[in-house]
Design a protein around this ligand. Structure first.
Ligand SMILES: Cc1cc2nc3c(=O)[nH]c(=O)nc-3n(C[C@H](O)[C@H](O)[C@H](O)COP(=O)(O)OP(=O)(O)OC[C@H]3O[C@@H](n4cnc5c(N)ncnc54)[C@H](O)[C@@H]3O)c2cc1C
Length: 463
């Protein structure tokens, strides 16, 4: 399916309305709300449908294959790579009304949820029952489980607990050709047939529409402790990240903020962050209290050996909450500096973080851009945020070059284009640099096999 090839005519609109029993909108203002995600891309759909169940979506996919119009699944639209933007128009399938939690089974440590359940809601509800759903993207209060599966979302806790993929036991999926399939199930182990559950994790809405997921839960950790480590030197902070883990402590989270990030957050939140620091590390450990205390002690000693200028332990829940609120406020506080921020997520092996941070600041200096660097340093996943004004065309040209260089550097450092935001549309033209022409050929042959007419989320991952 080529760009701009299809427009949905009034006959098709009627057919789609029938499938969704009227739960469809063609209202211009409403469509405009579905033209965007959290990237800078935008394109209006022809209509938006609000399914109640998998069967309605299956009927839509069947019609789309026959008539050749695009269908784009959408959760909350917080994606950062243009994944849910309907580049070629067509039908947006908004999963937001399929948001029921169907079962919470504490004995077997699992939950069955519809794809539109908001991640933060699931976390909160299971927490009250003494259970824990670890994947915690920064957007958790808004984004959906379906979107998390499609992007294989991570977050600060990925260092210790892994990413969304690691919590999937089974899925209900509508295939691009309109079948409903169920993968996996309620068991922790399952090697029946190909591992389609994992196949869907990170498939960015191009291989099927997830309608329901069975997710693994853990017993909630008994206690937790937080540290803020302050450094006057970026390299020392970056080396400390490696040394903590190779020294034998695996924190729950190990987050990095550079000076610009610190200053923006402090200006916004007044949390007492050190304004003159080159970088801070926010570290959290969890588990039994004795172990938490021992781990925090070890980290403090190690940080001092590595040249930390100060080490602050949150002494109570209030202080802990404040430090994590500071981390969660990064996006909001950076947004006040310039009209737009471009959030990248090039990721490198942990030991290459010092090289990545140095290169990032060098790239920003050469292209005269402001960059704030923060992110999940424990797993090498930093988020350089370029702060720009999209009306300034000169600046946007420099940005484009800077981002290309950033991806190049990440690959040279044995890293990857994306640790968690996906390829979507924004990184599609760089994919070949990482996986080669034969990699693209293989991936596109898989896509063609499941979606022969190319109607499900066209223009994503592959250019
Ligand atoms: C402030 C902020 C902080 C963020 N922090 C993180 C972070 O820490 N970690 C992280 O990994 N990401 C983060 N993100 C990115 C984003 O929130 C995640 O990628 C999230 O998983 C997207 O979920 P969503 O429901 O908004 O999906 P959408 O943006 O609506 O869609 C994302 C992709 O998933 C597809 N999709 C959506 N639902 C389905 C479905 N049911 N079946 C099949 N495909 C589907 C869409 O077609 C699209 O390709 C952040 C974003 C913002 C704005």
């Amino acid at each position: 399916m080529e760009e701009g090839e299809h427009k949905i005519n009034s006959k098709l609109v009627k057919m789609v309305k029938r499938i969704f029993r009227g739960a469809v909108s063609t209202c211009k203002e409403e469509l405009a709300c579905y033209a965007y995600d959290a990237s800078l891309e935008s394109s209006n759909p022809d209509l938006v449908a609000y399914p109640q169940d998998a069967e309605q979506i299956a009927n839509l996919m069947d019609l789309a294959q026959r008539e050749g119009f695009p269908v784009v699944p959408r959760g909350a639209g917080t994606g950062l790579s243009g994944g849910s933007v309907p580049l070629r128009g067509g039908v947006i399938v908004s999963l937001q009304k399929m948001n029921r939690i169907r079962e919470i089974d504490c004995k077997n440590c699992l939950a069955i949820v519809e794809a539109g359940v908001v991640t933060g809601n699931l976390q909160e509800i299971v927490w009250k029952k003494g259970m824990f759903y670890p994947p915690d993207p920064g957007s958790a209060q808004v984004c959906t489980i379906g979107g998390n599966i499609a992007e294989n979302a991570g977050g600060p806790r990925a260092l210790k607990y892994g990413v969304t993929r690691d919590y999937l036991l089974g899925l209900e999926i509508v295939t691009p050709t309109g079948d409903i399939i169920r993968t996996g199930g309620k068991t922790l182990k399952n090697v029946t047939g190909y591992d389609l559950t994992r196949f869907m994790a990170g498939s960015e809405g191009t291989l099927g529409i997830v309608t329901q997921a069975t997710v693994k839960l853990l017993p909630s950790p008994r206690s937790a402790g937080t540290l803020m480590l302050t450094f006057s030197d970026l390299d020392k902070a970056a080396h400390t990240v490696c040394n903590i883990i190779s020294g034998g402590v695996l924190p729950t989270t190990l987050e990095f903020m550079d000076n610009l990030t610190i200053r923006c957050v402090e200006d916004y939140l007044h949390a007492g962050l050190p304004l003159d620091a080159a970088a801070i590390l926010l570290v959290e450990v969890d588990g039994r209290k004795e172990v938490v205390d021992m781990d925090l002690e070890e980290i403090c000693t190690l940080a001092k050996i590595n040249g930390a200028v100060s080490v602050r332990r949150a002494v109570n829940q209030e202080e802990r909450d404040l430090l994590w609120r500071a981390r969660r406020s990064v996006s909001a506080s950076l947004s006040r500096i310039k009209p737009a921020k471009i959030s990248e997520d090039a990721t490198v092996p942990r030991s290459r973080i010092p090289d990545l941070v140095r290169s990032l600041h060098d790239i920003a200096r050469r292209y005269e851009l402001r960059v704030a660097v923060f992110g999940h340093a424990g797993d090498g996943n930093l988020h350089p945020n370029f702060l720009v004004d999209i009306r300034d065309q000169e600046e946007m040209k420099r940005l484009k070059k800077a981002v290309e260089e950033l991806f190049q550097v990440a690959l040279e450092l044995d890293g990857t284009l994306s640790g968690e935001h996906g390829i979507g549309y924004t990184k599609a033209s760089f994919l070949e640099n990482e996986i080669g022409a034969s990699g693209i050929k293989f991936l596109s042959s898989l896509k063609r096999a499941v979606d022969p007419a190319g109607v499900l989320n066209p223009g994503k991952i592959f250019k």
